[in-house]
Design a binder for this molecule. Structure first.
Ligand code: 13P
Length: 252
């Protein structure tokens, strides 16, 4: 089995102002100075990308975005393209977050287009998948995840997953304080790896699959100890330096 370097990704969502993100970033950067930390990336609102890039320069932390246009350029008022993100040294880009799927009606097809645009710039997509509560209760979790994954594999090709990350975020666990149990999460992570292995064993073995949904300092260690959970995508707890640092340390 490949050794996969753990990755912890902060997703600040639409939170913060300069007054709050400056001290937060400083504390996170200071807290991650020692060598034995996981890889860490901070996915920030577009408008703070330049500010955060400047602060992170020379550190081991990388910069990420929370979304990207499915188009390369053109008359798409208000949108940001993958080449623009590349211009500002973004390394990771979250695509297909459940909030984008539900509030902005992003389809699997649009998400596949975004995934491809990110890869074409040499950036790393963090492709989010996850079922809603009714879907879990109806026993169709695996069908939902398989559809979300397969639409992207079909359109983008399995080869692009060589340089991608997947995040399993059960929608019912996002921002609710309800976390999937380590067993529930591991079951879906194993399923995702199996789906990928049907196309390419080596990619399935190598790809990092993050868990997201109410990860906290208290539950992170047990989640990250599971064999198919390679780190986390952290929302609320990434806005509190001490909590986020504790989560990063839980990968050890
Ligand atoms: P919470 O950690 O706030 O539940 O959010 C998870 C998430 O959506 C990260 O992308």
């Amino acid at each position: 089995m490949a050794t996969r370097t753990p990755l912890v990704a902060a997703n600040w969502k639409m939170n913060g102002t300069l007054a709050t993100i400056r001290p937060l970033l400083h504390q996170i950067k200071q807290g991650l100075l020692s060598a034995d930390n996981p890889e860490v990336t901070i996915c920030v609102p577009y408008i703070y990308i330049q500010e955060v890039r400047d602060v992170l320069q020379g550190s081991k932390l990388s910069l990420g975005a929370q979304n990207v246009s499915e188009h390369l350029s053109g008359a798409y008022t208000g949108e940001i393209s993958a080449p623009m993100l590349a211009d500002f040294s973004c390394r990771y880009v979250i695509v297909g977050h459940s909030e984008r799927r539900s509030f902005y009606q992003e389809s699997d097809q649009i998400i596949a287009d975004k995934f491809m645009k990110v890869c074409a710039q040499g950036l790393v997509p963090i492709l989010c998948v996850g079922e809603q509560l009714q879907e879990r209760e109806a026993g169709v979790t695996e069908q939902v995840i398989a559809r979300q994954l397969n639409e992207v594999i079909h359109k983008a090709g399995i080869g692009l997953f060589e340089n991608a990350v997947i995040a399993y975020e059960p929608v019912w666990a996002i921002g609710t304080g309800l976390t999937a149990t380590p067993d529930q999460a591991e079951e879906v992570h194993g399923f995702i790896r199996l789906q990928l292995a049907r196309h390419a064993d080596a990619i399935a073995d190598k790809i990092r699959i993050l868990y997201g949904g109410s990860v906290k300092a208290e539950n992170a260690r047990e989640l990250f100890s599971r064999p198919d959970i390679d780190g986390g995508l952290i929302g609320g707890a990434s806005l509190v330096a001490g909590d986020f640092l504790a989560i990063c340390q839980a990968t050890r």
